[in-house]
Design a binder for this molecule. Structure first.
Ligand code: GLC
Length: 553
């Protein structure tokens, strides 16, 4: 049954790749990325080993929050193509063995959505109750405001109808009222629509906010938010047994776990590991593996078929909000020394390579961590080639620049005049003349080749994705060692957070001198002593993945 199980629960060893159609590849020469361009570039994703593409919002939008402000949940923004182009893309992806998921952004709509336009036209509108209104906003001021540079309240006064509406994010994004059964039905309809067109699930935007019912007046009508999430999941599974919900829940572990549901895992299939990600940056800043080791040891195991989704960088600011103030300050000092590199007082608006001063060995170590730690790795486009950011771009846009396919002004993103691009191509040291797919494809020493190899090894060694996981004692503060065991097989991985070479001793329970360790990322064999001890050397920022094999076998 093992084979069937591993393919049925495909998300457990998936490689997810997040991209924005708008900035990936322009197929019609108008300067804006589109589905046709993306379809042309699908071979790159296949070669890389991606198994699931996560599309950032591509729905019609005034684009005041990079498409997270939607005016029609059932369409494709005309700048990006048509529904026909979308279907051709999904079909091509599936042909290459890749599933497609997309952002489901139903905490709010754009204020230009016809539902909201109607809702604010009169208190008697049929859509009035699709949003959350109050005569007086609760007196909690800016508490809970997500974008403190732009907003100072969660409530906005609507002159015409004389009430305030709730907006968890920007004021141009009024929150939908999930307490309203009509809204809940509509959300299911949206999911059903896209699944019918081939999607294998959704990345669910801002889950805790979407389920939040505080601030709503008639508490008796409110469903239990977790019952509602479980309802959505069972609807999804009825329509498509392999479909997943990957949720954005940026909370401490204990508060995240309920979003998986109970022992049967009947809510989200996967949650992003925001805590582990932030502790990894702290470990990098300190050159000390312990903060990450502690987080991984404390991290609960998701119920049933659930899984963590792990990542190094996403499309937003690199949030550090789960660290203590002092820890965050340490990361800021190490990786965001200039105020312009920081955002909202809680995060960084940089990509990883500039943050690490372009140190290729250190970067390679970080991606080796991503693919060897338990959880489903999620890449943000451009990470595979080590793209940098545009510090001149506004806020979070800094990391949302055009994909760099080849050297030259347009980066191979588009043949149009760059002034027509949705964002400026990165300039300077991380620009396309220095960082591009074309330059790295055939270079065995490139980051792209490294990540391709990591993905291959991660897919070949099921222990990493499926196994039981333990952190091993190395006696060294700078080295993280972990062991994954699955159906009799074992893989051990070591990562050195320091720039100095080190030698560590490990005890591998269950093994003796009739076994030796084979390197999975390179050549080499290490002996195991009769008592299970092995001495392993690592370069500065080195990493090794090792499999015990019977000696002489
Ligand atoms: C999520 C998205 C972010 C967006 C926000 C509002 O946090 O990741 O990009 O701005 O939701 O939709």
């Amino acid at each position: 049954m093992r084979l069937t199980r591993t393919s049925d629960l495909w998300w457990k060893n998936a490689v997810v790749y997040c991209l924005d159609v708008e900035t990936f590849r322009d197929g019609d020469g108008d300067g804006c990325g589109d589905f046709r361009g993306l379809t042309q570039k699908i071979d790159h994703l296949e070669r890389l080993g991606v198994t699931c593409i996560w599309l950032m919002p591509f729905y019609p939008s005034p684009d005041r929050d990079d498409g997270y402000d939607i005016t029609d949940f059932y369409g494709v923004d005309p700048r990006l193509g048509t529904l026909g182009d979308f279907v051709e893309f999904v079909r091509t992806a599936r042909d290459r063995g890749m599933r497609v998921i997309a952002d489901l952004v139903v905490n709010h709509t754009s204020d230009r959505h016809p539902w909201f336009r109607d809702a604010r036209a009169s208190r008697d509108s049929r859509y009035r109750d699709w949003y959350v209104w109050a005569d007086e906003p609760p007196a909690d001021g800016p508490k809970g405001v997500v974008f403190p540079d732009k907003e100072d309240s969660l409530w906005q006064y609507d002159e015409h109808t004389g009430q305030y509406y709730l907006h968890r994010f920007y004021k141009h994004q009024p929150d939908l009222n999930v307490a309203n059964p009509e809204v809940r039905d509509e959300i299911a309809r949206i999911m059903g629509f896209w699944m019918e067109l081939g999607l294998s699930g959704f990345r669910v935007d801002a889950v805790p906010f979407m389920l939040e019912t505080s601030g709503q007046t008639d508490a008796s009508r409110l469903p239990d938010p977790h019952d509602y999430l479980a309802d959505l999941r069972s609807f999804l599974s009825r329509r498509n047994g392999e479909a997943i919900l990957l949720g954005e829940v940026n909370l401490p572990y204990a508060d995240t776990m309920p979003f998986y549901g109970g022992a049967d895992g009947e809510e989200l299939t996967m949650c992003f590991d925001f805590v582990g990600m932030q502790k990894m940056y702290l470990a990098l800043a300190r050159r000390d593996a312990r903060p990450l080791a502690e987080a991984l040891t404390a991290r609960p195991t998701p119920p049933k078929d659930g899984h963590w989704a792990t990542f190094v960088r996403n499309h937003d600011e690199l949030t550090l909000d789960q660290l203590s103030d002092a820890e965050r300050q340490e990361v800021f000092e190490a990786f965001g020394p200039e105020p312009g590199m920081r955002l909202y007082g809680r995060g960084l608006r940089r990509r990883l390579p500039p943050t690490l001063g372009g140190d290729l060995e250190r970067l390679k170590m970080v991606y080796s961590l991503l693919f060897s730690l338990p959880g489903t790795p999620v890449l943000f486009y451009g990470e595979e080639i080590g793209m940098g950011e545009d510090p001149e771009a506004e806020g979070r846009q800094a990391v949302r620049t055009p994909m760099q396919w080849r050297p030259g002004r347009g980066a191979g993103f588009s043949e149009a005049e760059p002034s027509r691009f949705p964002a400026r191509v990165v300039q300077g040291r991380y620009g396309p003349d220095h960082v591009s797919v074309a330059a790295q494809r055939r270079d065995p020493g490139s980051l792209l080749s490294w990540i391709r190899m990591l993905i291959e090894r991660y897919r070949e060694n099921p222990e990493l994705a499926w196994g039981d996981f333990t952190v091993l004692d190395t006696g060294s503060e700078s080295v993280l060692a972990h062991r994954c065991t699955y159906e009799g097989g074992t893989v051990v991985a070591l990562h050195n957070f320091s720039a100095d070479a080190v030698e560590v001793g490990l005890v591998l329970d269950g093994f003796d001198s009739s076994w030796s360790l084979t390197d999975l990322l390179g050549e080499g064999t290490t002996e195991i002593a009769p008592d299970g001890r092995a001495v392993i050397g690592l370069d500065g920022h080195g990493c090794r993945w090792l499999r015990p094999r019977p000696t002489g076998a």
